[in-house]
Design a protein around this ligand. Structure first.
Ligand SMILES: C[S@@+](CC[C@H](N)C(=O)[O-])C[C@H]1O[C@@H](n2cnc3c(N)ncnc32)[C@H](O)[C@@H]1O
Ligand code: SF4
Length: 491
């Protein structure tokens, strides 16, 4: 148990997230009185105060009543190129915690004081302020305490992304359609998805409501230009070909004036893909699909409830390749009972297939997943093993002549690592970059879908979420349209 006593500020959430990620421990309790600490607990004291008109933070770590680490930090050393005093003070609090905690760890965490935020956004903000590469590197490494390797990765990804994202245009938008159905539920997943075994009776009415929402979005965005369309989920290809075709055709009908650049369908599960489906997608202008192995080890696929085998992945991939699709594959590093050998095997198999895109996720133990309940039943790789496994994926992507082009982190990700999207030259998925960087409006339809309206003048996003539950969405579909209307009318 880690007990935390903070004084002089209320950045409780950030302090919690940073301690959790650095110690990889969720057992954290905030206390008001150190007398309550027993011999078994680690105590972290973090105290912000004003001295000679500047702010100072002192962090002290105590174990078995002995001080094991200390850091005293002053705000005059904080320089993240922000005028916002609150953000600077928060950075000081996190730096001080980081300085004290890392003295008690064996290795330096790659992501420094970052919690929650999408790291490439920091680089874009600094580039927007015309700060040069050397200075950006310095800020990332010395202020945010990010490792040299991740700093170089961030800068190269952000620079590559800019040619797709800039110039910013208030009138451009992208469209996300949520199909929250899956053949079965995978144990690690917390996405809004409903097993078709239980919810098939709701599919028809859901599609009707979704088509209505798409039509209304068309009216709300009639003066805007659609750039990218992404049908995701869940598993969009788990509904019937005819239903999926109706959705695709509705998009063409409603946005007929728009010549969008990209149309992606997240096919995802190989057990939902066949020739008839692929022909339907191809003849309806869908160029990009994903076929997601997660792993090429049959034993693991069974354990995680995927309902398909390595052989199904190869068969459907080859079918789709022959028809000329641009194909993304998703992998997860750190799946139950997997280690270095399994990742090496998976990457060897993927290399043989040679996809255009590969997204390498690190397993996150999500609250709403079955894995969370059953975590204790499985052996999960940690720290250095995850690091080695990610290194292997990086090496193979290099051999496949891919480059990293988007990156994001999630809470409760094993080893506090990251997810990286790699692709071959000119095979970037524009939508993936747009959703990460939040510099273009994304209008989303369907249960659990979140619209994000971007205001370039203030560099701000307004989130407009749809309700998550199927029944709720079906009942309150009109209200979801009104929510978007309210924000788009002030746009
Ligand atoms: C929206 S999900 C689903 C895509 C599709 N339904 C499928 O399963 O193939 C997108 C990707 O997120 C990744 N993912 C989902 N849950 C995850 C978790 N708990 N940890 C790491 N990656 C996860 C998986 O690689 C998955 O393919
Ligand atoms: S990982 Fe994909 S198929 Fe599995 S439950 Fe999540 S959304 Fe559905």
């Amino acid at each position: 148990m880690i007990k935390v006593l903070i004084k002089g500020h209320n950045f409780k959430y950030d302090v919690f997230e940073l301690i959790r990620s650095l110690y990889e421990d969720n057992n954290i309790e905030f206390i008001e009185d150190e007398a309550l600490v027993n011999n078994q607990s680690l105590l972290i004291e973090n105290n912000l105060y004003k001295k000679n008109e500047t702010y100072e933070v002192e962090t002290v770590i105590i174990k078995e009543y002995n001080i094991i680490s200390k850091s005293l930090d002053n705000i005059t050393n904080v320089d993240i190129k922000k005028d916002n005093e609150k953000k600077n003070i928060k950075t000081l609090v996190k730096q001080s915690l980081f300085n004290a905690i890392t003295k008690t760890l064996n290795n330096k965490p790659s992501w420094g004081i970052l919690t929650g935020i999408r790291p490439t956004k920091i680089v874009h903000d600094l580039l927007d302020k015309n700060i040069n590469r050397k200075e950006i590197k310095d800020i990332l490494m010395n202020q945010y305490k990010i490792s040299r390797e991740k700093t170089n990765l961030l800068i190269s990804i952000a620079k590559r992304e800019r040619s797709f994202i800039y110039p910013l245009d208030k009138d451009k938008f992208s469209l996300y359609i949520s199909i929250p159905f899956c053949p079965t539920r995978c144990i690690y997943c917390s996405f809004p998805s409903n097993s078709l075994k239980k919810s098939s009776s709701l599919v028809n009415i859901y599609i009707e409501k979704l088509l209505y929402e798409i039509e209304k979005i068309g009216q709300l965005t009639k003066d805007m230009k659609l750039e990218a369309v992404y049908i995701g989920g869940g598993t969009p290809t788990s509904i019937s070909n005819n239903d999926l075709k109706r959705i695709i055709n509705k998009i063409y009908e409603v946005f007929s004036k728009n010549t969008f650049k990209e149309f992606t369908v997240e096919a995802g599960r190989p057990d939902t893909i066949n020739l008839e489906l692929l022909n339907m997608l191809k003849s309806n202008g869908v160029e990009r699909i994903s076929i997601n192995p997660q792993t090429m080890c049959n034993k693991t696929l069974e354990k995680i409830g995927r309902n398909h085998t390595r052989e199904d992945i190869i068969k459907t991939y080859e079918l789709a390749k022959r028809l000329g699709f641009t194909i993304n594959m998703d992998l997860i590093v750190g799946l139950p009972e997997e280690g270095i050998n399994e990742i090496e095997y998976t990457m060897k198999e993927i290399k043989k297939l040679n996809p255009d895109n590969l997204t390498v996720h690190t397993l996150a133990i999500k609250k709403a997943s079955k894995l969370m309940e059953k975590e204790r039943n499985f052996k999960l790789a940690m720290g250095n093993d995850i690091k080695e496994m990610l290194k292997i994926t990086k090496q193979y992507t290099k051999e496949m002549k891919m480059h990293p082009y988007y990156l994001y982190r999630q809470k409760k990700i094993l080893g506090n690592y990251e997810n990286v999207g790699y692709c071959k030259i000119n095979k970037e998925c524009i939508y993936n970059m747009l959703i990460m960087e939040e510099k273009q409006t994304i209008i989303a339809a369907g249960a659990g879908a979140v619209s994000k309206i971007y205001f370039p003048d203030s560099n701000r996003i307004q989130r407009v979420p749809n309700v998550k539950g199927l029944n709720e969405y079906i009942k309150r579909n009109g209200e979801m349209i009104e929510r978007k209307k309210k924000h788009l009318l002030t746009y």
